[in-house]
Design a protein around this ligand. Structure first.
Ligand code: NAD
Length: 416
């Protein structure tokens, strides 16, 4: 697929896929099969707001590939959750689960809605209606959802309860649940932890040390806030974090644990002493060593790529860099640790949660964290080996490993 400045998100993921398929010498017909999503469902999600008003939203579940195991992927509630985006994120999940060698395929779901003004009651109703609409498509051995943007452990609890009311006991149908309902120790911070493991492996390769490395993080939700806290505790200097309202900056470094307490108490990053207030998007252009986009997709693109000063970008978010910007960053020597490697910690611990649910047995947090670290370090080293052998970028190497694994599984099944 030719590189153009404006590609929809699915075209963008397929751009990376196609390059990898060529490097891996996958045939054109295999390429076409692997690219095409297995099944897509679009549903109506009506909800009566607390004031009596009836509203309707569109929900989706896209199952991309299941040759290596059940479909797996998060559910997001965000107004940008259109079918092209969900389709792209579903295919990214196929490549991500294959890269870290989990026995899962790829899926994604969501509702195109801004739930920020919703009460807890409204959010619960929205979630339960969506579950009823997609229930026939999911199950513990067919398709296992998880949290993503603007969904969390509470949403997964409602999700589980609604599914079980329809189908009977099935704790493994969804991951990212609260501990009291079969969630795994370490799941909440797993994606952020994985981002910092990927960062650690990357700076080790560059000969940098954490205490000499400055970081800016876009997003202070599940991924961003845990990445920030774990980076701070590991001795990195986190100089800026942002959310949808503001960016807070302090060149000398921010005490992230105190900032998290401040945000929990005040509901905002604003007003934290010793920090300067900047516009949210300024976080991308600060003079730092490392930038961690951990919010929305496509935030680094042709128009702002040249203003990014970081030498390393670790993709906490899914698809935060457009292919056009990715090529430009590679040309000027910026190291980009791709999403399918950098943010794979979440789905890895989701897999551990699913295993624990299937076995009705709980692991300790130390076991979860050790196994997560081992798996991600192995994946990182495998990617670096392919980078060396083939002289390609980390993203190309990561996609090559993933595409080869999915192609092999599909061929063995006789699907190709
Ligand atoms: P979240 O809903 O917990 O947090 C989202 C954050 O993004 C919030 O802090 C919000 O204020 C911020 N944000 C929204 N719009 C913004 C803007 N315009 N500028 C700056 N910040 C903005 O979501 P999350 O679970 O942390 O997911 C973030 C990203 O990480 C998404 O791309 C998601 O797909 C990806 N991801 C999440 C997980 C997971 O386990 N949660 C796993 C892998 C990848």
């Amino acid at each position: 697929m030719e590189l153009t400045e404006h590609m929809d998100p699915f075209e963008a993921v397929n751009h990376y896929f196609t390059r990898a398929a060529r490097i891996a010498d996958v045939s054109a017909s295999t390429e076409a099969v692997l690219k095409t999503p297995y099944r897509e469902l679009r549903v109506e999600v009506p909800i009566r707001r607390d004031n009596g008003q009836l509203e309707v939203y569109l929900g989706y579940r896209v199952q991309h590939d299941n040759s290596r195991g059940p479909f797996k992927g998060g559910i997001r509630f965000h107004k940008s959750a259109a079918i092209e985006e969900i389709r792209a994120l579903a295919s990214l999940m196929t490549w991500k689960t294959a890269l870290v060698d989990l026995p899962f395929g790829g899926a994604k779901g969501g509702i195109a809605v801004d739930t920020r003004p919703f009460s807890a009651n409204e959010l619960e109703h929205l979630t339960r209606t969506y579950v009823r609409q997609i229930s026939r498509m999911i199950g513990p051995t067919t398709d296992i959802p998880a949290p993503d943007m603007y969904t969390n452990a509470q949403v997964m609890a409602w999700f589980l309860d609604e599914y079980e009311q329809l189908n009977g006991r099935a704790p493994a149908v969804v991951t990212g649940k609260p501990l009291a309902l079969g969630g795994s120790p370490g799941r909440i911070e797993a994606t952020g932890r994985g981002v910092i493991i990927a960062l650690g492996e990357t700076i080790r390769g560059l000969g940098w040390s954490p205490d000499g490395t400055t970081i800016a993080i876009q997003g202070f939700g599940n991924v961003g806030s845990w990445a920030a806290q774990l980076a701070h505790r590991a001795g990195y200097k986190v100089v800026a974090v942002s959310d949808s309202e503001v960016c807070v900056y302090c060149g000398g470094g921010i005490d992230i644990d105190s900032l998290a307490e401040h945000r929990a108490a005040n509901g905002s990053l604003k007003g934290f002493s010793g920090t300067e207030l900047l516009e949210p998007d300024d976080v991308l252009m600060l003079p730092v060593d490392v930038l961690i986009p951990a919010a929305l997709g496509e935030v680094i693109h042709a128009e702002n790529e040249g203003e990014v000063l970081a030498e390393v970008i670790v993709e906490g978010a899914n698809h935060p860099v457009t292919p056009w910007a990715d090529a430009a960053l590679a040309d000027r020597g910026v190291t980009v640790v791709p999403d399918i490697l950098a943010n794979a910690g979440g789905v890895t611990v989701s897999y551990f949660e699913w295993v624990q649910n299937m076995q009705h047995f709980r692991w300790t947090e130390a076991q979860v964290n050790d196994r997560l670290t081992q798996r991600l370090v192995d994946a990182h080293q495998h990617v670096m080996k392919v980078v060396e052998d083939r002289g390609c970028t980390l993203r190309e190497a990561a996609f090559v490993i993933a595409v080869e694994r999915v192609a092999e599984a599909s061929a063995l099944r006789g699907m190709l």
